[in-house]
Design a protein around this ligand. Structure first.
Ligand SMILES: C[S@@+](CC[C@H](N)C(=O)[O-])C[C@H]1O[C@@H](n2cnc3c(N)ncnc32)[C@H](O)[C@@H]1O
Ligand code: SF4
Length: 388
């Protein structure tokens, strides 16, 4: 039985954060019925596509509402989408159904309705642990909003994940460590994604950085923040199962693990991407129109149109298996690769000798003390690396 995940993209937010390069736009108004129709049409389209690719039986292990800010969706819209998926797909017994939520007053009164609709995991965009950091990140909430919403939802739902962004130029390491420890003591969350701030092309931060009006932190400061964060989470009994992801036992993200393990998923909504292994064991990528109005128009048609369907070439898809798998603490089984000619065996032996990577019974993994240089290691062991 094949494993499958479904990603649903909601492209709207209250405002655009200056660091964010996700496909997210300021919310004006939207017609909930039109969006439901488009989502349903596209979900049906993918079900038929999977059948055409000989997927007779597949178990749906996860659904992820991401964005944008999907907690701005009407709970009824979420419920109807879940009912539609339930009709068409076989849900695994312990299916994980996540909704990304921002910790603002708008979300406060909707959480119970989302849970009633079928959501069993909330990924809360806490981002900063004090008001200075939140202002720096251009967030619309403050720390007191975060505490209020966490106090409320921790009695309603067990599986809470929190997103944090750290290593900001305005941050002090000692303060960050203290705040993180206090936060973890106060809220017994099950999962945490801790991202170092990346200044992404096309964002407001990128322009400010180029004009010299925004600083980034040096590599050595990055490293100190990274290792301190990792160590505090370890002291609080979190497993670092991926470079930026930490969980209590059995609370790892099932959905994101599908991406890291290069399994099958379908992406519904503007700009969402699907990746499927077809009958011939080729990786196929299905890409949606990115602009919300274009996507909507193409999914309201009788025949749903996608922007592009591409067969990914073997070397690219194998390099992706390796690059994504090496993000995981468990590493990647080299038997997943049909073609290993792009591996630089001499570099692999050198890195192994230096204790940077490990190979046991065909399983290759990065020693977790070197996770922070994952990119550098991947580039070393892959000849003619084809990813940007
Ligand atoms: C789709 S966004 C989150 C959605 C939600 N609207 C929110 O803002 O909380 C997913 C996560 O990526 C992280 N992220 C986005 N841009 C980032 C950047 N430039 N650097 C580091 N992390 C980033 C944030 O932690 C964010 O929660
Ligand atoms: S970080 Fe979240 S809230 Fe901010 S613009 Fe991006 S998706 Fe929207």
């Amino acid at each position: 039985m094949d494993k499958l995940g479904i990603y649903i993209h909601w492209p709207y937010c209250i405002s655009k954060c200056p660091y964010c390069d996700f496909n997210s736009h300021r919310l004006k108004s939207y017609d909930s019925d039109e969006w439901l129709k488009a989502y349903k049409n596209q979900i049906k389209y993918f079900k038929e596509y999977l059948i055409s690719q000989n997927f007779k039986k597949f178990n749906l292990t996860s659904i992820f509402f991401g964005g944008g800010t999907p907690s701005l969706m009407h709970p009824k819209l979420v419920e109807e989408i879940l009912l539609c998926i339930n009709k068409l797909f076989n849900f695994e017994k312990n299916i994980e159904i996540t909704l990304e939520s921002n910790p603002t007053n708008l979300e406060l009164n909707k959480i119970s309705d989302f849970i009633m609709a079928g959501i069993n995991r909330i990924s809360l965009g806490v981002q900063g642990l004090n008001d200075t950091d939140l202002r720096y990140l251009g967030r619309t909430h403050n720390i007191s909003d975060t505490l209020t919403i966490l106090n409320l939802i921790q009695n309603k739902i067990d599986n809470i994940s929190v997103d944090l962004i750290y290593a900001l130029s305005c941050q002090n390491l000692k303060t960050w460590k203290k705040e993180l420890k206090t936060f973890l003591k106060r809220f017994p969350i099950k999962h945490l994604s801790a991202y170092q701030l990346v200044i992404e092309k096309g964002t407001k931060f990128y322009d400010l950085f180029n004009k010299g009006e925004l600083k980034s932190v040096s590599d050595s400061i990055y490293k100190q923040f990274y290792f301190s964060t990792k160590s505090i989470l370890k002291d609080n009994k979190f497993d670092q199962y991926e470079i930026s992801n930490f969980s209590k036992p059995n609370f790892f993200s099932k959905h994101n693990s599908i991406y890291w393990n290069s399994e099958n998923w379908i992406g519904v909504g503007p700009g969402a991407i699907s990746r499927i292994w077809n009958i011939k064991n080729q990786r196929v990528e299905l890409e949606n129109f990115k602009k919300p109005s274009t996507w909507l128009k193409n999914c309201l048609n009788k025949t749903v149109n996608l922007k592009k369907i591409t067969k990914v070439n073997l070397i690219t898809s194998e390099q992706e298996i390796l690059m994504m798998g090496l993000r995981l603490n468990q590493g990647v089984n080299l038997n997943k690769l049909q073609n290993k000619t792009f591996l630089d065996k001499i570099e692999i032996l050198n890195l192994k000798k230096e204790g940077i990577i490990n190979i046991k019974q065909d399983n290759l993994r990065i020693n977790e003390d070197f996770f922070n240089v994952h990119d550098f290691i991947v580039r070393k062991i892959i000849n003619n690396y084809q990813f940007s």
